[in-house]
Ligand binder design. Structure first.
Ligand SMILES: Nc1ncnc2c1ncn2[C@@H]1O[C@H](COP(=O)(O)OP(=O)(O)OP(=O)(O)O)[C@@H](O)[C@H]1O
Length: 259
C-alpha cells in the first residue's frame, strides 16, 4: 500500500522539528530515510505510526488518513520495529511474535490455527524458528532484533516502519536482514545510519537535514558528493560497481565542521 506524507510539520518542546516534509513510498517499495543525528528521522517515523501528531500536513496510507482512522485500524496496517522496544522479558520468542496478531483480534479472542501458521512462517523467515521456546530476555541483541521483525511480519502489515533495524547486528546479519525485508515485499520506510548499507539495500533514499527533506531519489542521485559533504560532512563517492552493487567510498577524514 502506498504511503504519502504531505507537508508535515512537527513542533516539540516549543521547537519546530520538521518543516513541510513531503515523502512517498510506492506499494512494495523499500525507501531508506537517512540524515545526521537530530535531523528528525525518528520524529518523522513517529508521525507515521501515530505516536506524534503533526501540527500541520497529512499522512496517508492508501486512500486513508492515518490520523483519521481508529487506533486499532492503524495498528493493523502499520508495524513498527523501533529502538528500545519495550517487550516483557519473561515471554518466549513465540509469544513475542504472537503479539503481532493482537491487532487482528477482539479483546477476548485467542490465536487460532491460521494465526499459528502465520507466526510459524514469520519465525521461519527470520531464522528464529529453532529459538521459538527460548525466553526472549535471554537472547542476544541481534537475535532480539530478528524476533521483533518476526513480530512485525506476523502482523501482516501494509506498511513496515523500521528505526535503525540493523543496530546490534554483525555485518553479515545486516545484509541478511535488509535482504529479507526486501524480499518480503511490504511497503517499507527504514531509518538507516550506515550509508553504504542504505545504498546497497534501498530502492530510493530520502535525506533529512535540520527537519527538511534536502534530497530524494534513486541512491546515486540522493547520495551525490554534494549531499555527502554538505549534509554528512564527509568527502565520499557513490558508484555502481561492475557487479551492479552501489557502494559508498569515504575519504580519509571528515570535513571540518562549519562553525
Ligand atoms: N519530545 C521532544 N521535545 C523536544 N525536542 C525533541 C523531542 N523529541 C525529539 N526532539 C528533538 O528533535 C530533534 C530530532 O530528533 P529525532 O530523534 O527525530 O532525530 P533523529 O534524526 O532520529 O536523530 P538520531 O539519528 O540521533 O537518532 C532533536 O534535536 C531532538 O532533540
Amino acid at each position: 500500500m502506498k504511503l504519502q506524507v504531505n507537508q508535515v510539520s512537527v513542533s516539540l518542546g516549543g521547537k519546530q522539528i520538521l518543516h513541510d516534509v513531503d515523502l512517498d513510498v510506492a506499494p512494495g517499495e523499500f525507501v531508506g530515510l537517512i540524515g545526521p543525528n537530530g535531523s528528525g528521522k525518528s520524529t518523522l517515523l513517529r508521525t507515521i505510526y501515530r505516536s506524534v501528531r503533526p501540527a500541520a500536513g497529512t499522512v496517508h496510507l492508501g486512500e486513508q488518513d492515518v490520523w483519521g482512522m481508529s487506533a486499532r485500524t492503524a495498528a493493523r496496517h502499520t508495524a513498527a520495529v523501533l529502538q528500545n522496544c519495550p517487550t516483557p522479558p519473561g515471554l518466549t520468542v513465540r509469544e513475542v511474535a504472537e503479539l503481532g496478531r493482537t491487532p487482528h483480534h477482539g479483546m477476548f479472542d485467542r490465536n487460532g490455527h491460521t494465526d499459528r501458521e502465520i507466526v510459524d512462517a514469520a519465525l521461519a523467515r527470520t531464522g528464529m524458528a529453532d529459538h521459538a521456546d527460548r525466553i526472549y530476555g535471554s537472547l542476544s541483541g541481534g537475535e532480539r532484533q530478528r524476533v521483533l521483525l518476526a513480530r512485525a511480519l506476523a502482523q501482516e502489515p501494509k506498511l513496515l516502519v523500521l528505526d535503525e533495524p540493523t543496530n546490534h547486528l554483525d555485518i553479515r546479519a545486516r545484509f541478511e536482514l535488509l535482504e529479507l525485508v526486501h524480499t518480503v515485499g511490504v511497503t517499507t520506510l527504514a531509518v538507516l545510519h550506515d550509508l553504504d548499507l542504505a545504498a546497497r539495500s534501498c530502492d530510493r533514499l530520502v535525506v533529512l537535514d535540520g527537519g527538511r527533506v534536502v534530497a530524494v531519489g534513486p541512491v546515486l542521485e540522493a547520495l551525490s558528493p554534494a549531499v555527502l559533504s554538505e549534509v554528512f560532512g564527509v568527502t565520499a563517492a557513490t558508484e555502481r560497481h561492475d557487479d551492479g552493487i552501489v557502494r559508498v567510498t569515504y575519504g580519509a577524514r571528515p570535513l571540518a565542521r562549519a562553525s
